[in-house]
Ligand binder design. Structure first.
Ligand SMILES: NC(=O)c1ccc[n+]([C@@H]2O[C@H](COP(=O)([O-])OP(=O)(O)OC[C@H]3O[C@@H](n4cnc5c(N)ncnc54)[C@H](OP(=O)(O)O)[C@@H]3O)[C@@H](O)[C@H]2O)c1
Length: 401
């Protein structure tokens, strides 16, 4: 990458999954922190679906990138075909493209490929069996084929295995944010875990600095898998009770529900959902229910390899507890705006504009017509903007940057 940077002014990267939790954080970082070094194209899945090999070829022939980052995934509860096509085939087709173009490929994988336990190393992997979830199976197969391609076909690839990710802009409310939602919504009556069960967590805001470093140090990071997670694991019950205290809600009560009872409850809920479907009512359990076993068993990723690498954590003091206040404000405001949660409305939103819009729309309209409906002076004055050719605008391309 350094050589490319010496030859060209900027490296051109393609980011797949740029609208997602991790991809969005990456897109924002490269746009704001490294605009002189990197030019990132982030086509939406409508413009470039990695399920379609022809789409990939046409797009890459046109863009000719210097590297590709794959932060895409099919929804957690996708059927076998979608999980296979997006998480496995799509990932492998991108790798084949990188191999042909002789450019680096940064692939995001998941702790779902790991067994339960503590001090899990990069070499650890679950055995590939039929009874894995579609998500875990497709992510594990992708890792295995990428490892094969790195060994046999000189693929210049780094696999970044992340754990439970926390950060802003999770528009699907998955993983940790689903837990936060359940506590804020007071829909978790008791603790669905055992005392002291530890998991690793990944801070989304630290991922871009690592990807940036990995791109600039290919000799060290090429052909490698890295765990990217906070050094200290977190006890799930303590995290839940901290969030409860922070939100000043009464539930979940500090009663630990045994796994056998949870499975019985899940069985009943599934039957109820099936019964409701007879009346045309669709009731679905959140996809995280497929990971219920995980909240009763520890999964701690070793970060020794990461710490011994040349990457330096930009904010070692930051962890899920220190980020909690910011995340709570961000998500409760967002969920209140979307009418998903009403309880915290007053604390997090409720400004003058909203009350005028609700109660005095005529006055609001008049005041806007009086002062805020003229052409924007800032744009009128920018003559250069009008002179810019259309194709300088990546949005023309349907890309999200
Ligand atoms: N979030 C976590 O807690 C977590 C944990 C472990 C591992 N990971 C891994 O981290 C990576 C990113 O996860 P995330 O949580 O950021 O995902 P996410 O928020 O669910 O976003 C998924 C992204 O994938 C894109 N996508 C889906 N189907 C596609 C297709 N056919 N072609 C191209 N793009 C497609 C989506 O684009 P559109 O919106 O345009 O469809 C979206 O931008 C994944 O590899 C995941 O396995 C995440």
């Amino acid at each position: 990458m350094d050589q490319v940077l010496q030859k060209k002014n900027r490296c051109l990267g393609v980011l797949i999954g740029g609208s997602g939790l991790i991809g969005g954080t990456l897109a924002y970082y490269f746009k704001t922190k490294t605009p002189d070094e990197f030019d990132i194209r982030a086509p939406s899945s409508k413009k470039l679906s990695i399920r379609n090999a022809q789409d990939i070829i046409v797009y890459l022939k046109r863009v000719r990138p210097d590297f590709i980052i794959n932060a895409s995934m099919a929804s957690l509860d996708s059927d076998a075909q979608l999980a296979f096509e997006v998480n496995y085939l799509g990932s492998i087709n991108l790798a084949r493209a990188c191999s042909a173009l002789k450019i680096p490929y940064i692939h995001f994988s998941s702790a779902a490929v790991l067994p339960h336990g503590e001090n899990l190393a990069e070499e650890d992997q679950l055995p590939l069996t039929a009874n894995l979830t579609n998500y875990a199976k497709s992510k594990l197969m992708a890792e295995k084929t990428l490892q094969h391609m790195m060994k046999e076909h000189d693929l210049d690839c780094t696999i970044i295995r992340v754990s439970i990710v926390y950060g802003e802009h999770d528009h699907k409310i998955q993983g940790f944010h689903r837990l936060l939602f359940a506590i804020a919504d007071e829909s978790m009556p008791f603790l669905f875990t055992k005392r002291g069960i530890k998991h690793s967590y990944t801070n989304a805001t630290k991922i871009p600095a690592f990807v940036h470093h990995v791109l600039l140090h290919r000799e060290e990071f090429s052909g490698q898998i890295y765990h990217f997670a906070d050094e200290e694991p977190v006890e799930l019950d303590d995290l839940i009770l901290t969030i409860r205290a922070y939100l000043e809600v009464k539930t979940p009560r500090e009663i630990y529900v045994p796994y056998s009872l949870v499975m019985a409850g899940k069985f009943v809920l599934e039957r109820v959902a099936g019964f409701l479907s007879w009346f045309g009512i669709t009731a679905r359990l959140p996809p995280e229910y497929m990971f219920l076993r995980n909240v009763y068993l520890p999964q701690v990723l070793s970060t020794k390899k990461l710490q011994e690498s040349s990457f330096i954590d930009p904010a070692p003091e930051e962890n899920i507890y220190t980020r909690l206040p910011g995340l709570v404000i961000y998500y409760l405001t967002r969920w209140a705006h979307l009418n998903l949660i009403t309880r915290f409305r007053e604390e997090f939103i409720g400004n003058d504009l909203e009350s005028d819009f609700l109660r005095h729309p005529d006055e609001l309209l008049n005041s806007i017509h009086a002062d805020s409906a003229t052409p924007w002076p800032a744009l009128l004055e920018t003559e250069e903007l009008a002179a810019l050719p259309d194709d300088d605008d990546p949005a023309d391309d349907g890309d999200s940057l």
